[in-house]
Ligand binder design. Structure first.
Ligand code: HEC
Ligand code: HEC
Length: 277
């Protein structure tokens, strides 16, 4: 996924952002030492507090996943060291900030212990049929804007690994309310998430309105890509108005356009996409 994740706006992740440059993708190793010395109730409680204040905006209050994936019990799958490493270093272009500068090693350990204590519930309403969802995807023009395994357009983010990056409830919300100013979406945006796809509307001095996602911008120019994938380049001095609207999206809402059953299948399909990036 092409990503310029280094926009640092939200104070909550500012410190983490400074580390984006050096963050490494911790390669998941099979869990070897999932079992740790039993943490005290105080340690678990500290882990819970740290989790709720630092991680829950993206991973859900119960770790069941939001715009970040479900991480309940994840140390069992990846190993405690690998998880501590991910928390410390982040995932460089996946939208997972690095917390090495804001959390002490002891705090990180307490969060890992807390994650171990959460058993994986299937928080996601993935009760649809992924195979049918693939057809829904094909029938609704999603591929005009999205790429999966090298096929499709690129006005929107690549989706080849979207099931690994996002939780089902976030996927559902995205389809129904793209770009909406939901509290979580706001945090995500401010942490650098979809600023890659910042929605911009310009009005030229001769009265043309063009909207699209921002591809490039400097002091004098801005380049947009519209919903058809066409590029539009403007000199700022030729514009009457330039509106950046992080709460809006080029992505149309599918609420009411796709039946609930089809949305379920589509979410199941997206959740199943866990390809390598
Ligand atoms: C700004 C949103 C955000 C915050 C805050 C955040 N994460 Fe993440 N996290 C993500 C995203 C997005 C991913 C998926 C990245 C990818 O796979 O490319 C992720 C991935 C992970 C993974 C790896 C999951 C896997 O299946 O490999 C772990 C573990 C994790 N986060 C733990 C945490 C913990 C613990 C905290 C709090 C200390 C935290 N995260 C805070 C967004 C966030
Ligand atoms: C006109 C272009 C366009 C079309 C058509 C479109 N999208 Fe999008 N989509 C976008 C853009 C731009 C974004 C990023 C901004 C946002 O999240 O709103 C996005 C975001 C998403 C995301 C969130 C990705 C992430 O990593 O957070 C998902 C999932 C998604 N689209 C799925 C779909 C599906 C499924 C369809 C078809 C039913 C579809 N899109 C149709 C442009 C489009």
């Amino acid at each position: 996924m092409i990503a310029i994740r280094s926009f640092c706006i939200a104070t909550i992740v500012t410190a983490g952002c400074a580390f984006f440059g050096v963050a490494v993708h911790a390669s998941p190793k099979p869990a070897q030492k999932a079992a740790v010395a039993n943490p005290t109730p105080e340690q678990l409680d500290q882990g819970k507090q740290t989790f709720e204040s630092t991680c829950s905006t993206c991973h859900g209050l119960d770790g069941g996943g939001a715009m970040g994936p479900n991480i309940q019990g994840i140390p069992f799958r990846l190993g405690t060291d690998a998880v501590a490493n991910i928390i410390k270093n982040g995932i460089s272009n996946g939208g997972m900030p690095a917390f090495g500068a804001t959390l002490s090693a002891a705090q990180i350990q307490s969060v890992v212990d807390y994650l171990l204590s959460l058993t994986r519930k299937d928080a996601g309403p993935v009760n649809g049929d992924a195979t049918r969802g693939k057809q829904v995807y094909a029938a609704n023009g999603c591929a005009n804007c999205h790429m999966i395994d090298g096929e499709g357009g690129d006005s929107g983010p690549e989706l080849s690994n979207v099931g690994g990056e996002r939780g089902p409830s976030y996927l559902r919300t995205t389809l129904l309310y793209p770009g909406e100013d939901l509290p979580q979406a706001r945090v995500f945006l401010e942490s650098g998430g979809q600023l890659d796809f910042l929605y911009v509307e310009v009005v030229t001095k001769d009265g043309h309105t063009v909207d699209g996602t921002r591809v490039a911008e400097d002091s004098f120019h801005i380049v947009l890509k519209d919903a058809n994938g066409k590029f539009h380049s403007f000199r700022k001095e030729d514009l009457r108005d330039l509106k950046k609207e992080p709460g809006k999206s080029l992505m149309p809402s599918f609420k009411g356009k796709i039946s609930d059953a089809d949305i379920n299948d589509l979410v199941a399909y997206l959740a199943s996409l866990k390809g390598a990036q």
